[in-house]
Design a protein around this ligand. Structure first.
Ligand SMILES: [Zn+2]
Length: 107
């Protein structure tokens, strides 16, 4: 299943952006259309992706589906540390809510 990444401007959080070519390193460059934004263009790299809420949701849902943290970090192109952090943050919430299935232990 392809991972859909919702791209937002990391500076102002608008989704009013468009692709604007790429950097010599092959990273996608985006242009922000928010007139109040201090940045006109930005690059989504792994670090920025990590801050996107959608990715965090993906991390959690992949873990619920039995993916290990290494798989998750590889598939989502985020750092292992980020995955572990997210799961730690979320694990408390999941214990409170239903869920008969215990999700994999984080190692
Ligand atoms: Zn912006």
């Amino acid at each position: 299943m392809p991972v859909k990444i919702l791209v937002k401007c990391p500076y102002c959080n608008t989704t009013e952006i468009s692709k604007n070519g790429s950097t010599p390193q092959g990273k996608q460059r985006y242009r922000c259309y928010n007139p109040k934004c201090t940045r006109r263009s930005f690059i989504i790299d792994y670090t920025n992706i990590g801050y996107l809420p959608k990715i965090k949701e993906k991390i959690v849902s992949m873990s619920m589906n039995g993916s290990g943290v290494r798989d998750t970090s590889r598939v989502l192109s985020v750092s292992l540390g980020l995955v572990i952090n997210e799961l730690k943050k979320k694990s408390g919430q999941y214990k409170k809510s239903k869920s008969k299935k215990t999700h994999k232990q984080i190692k």
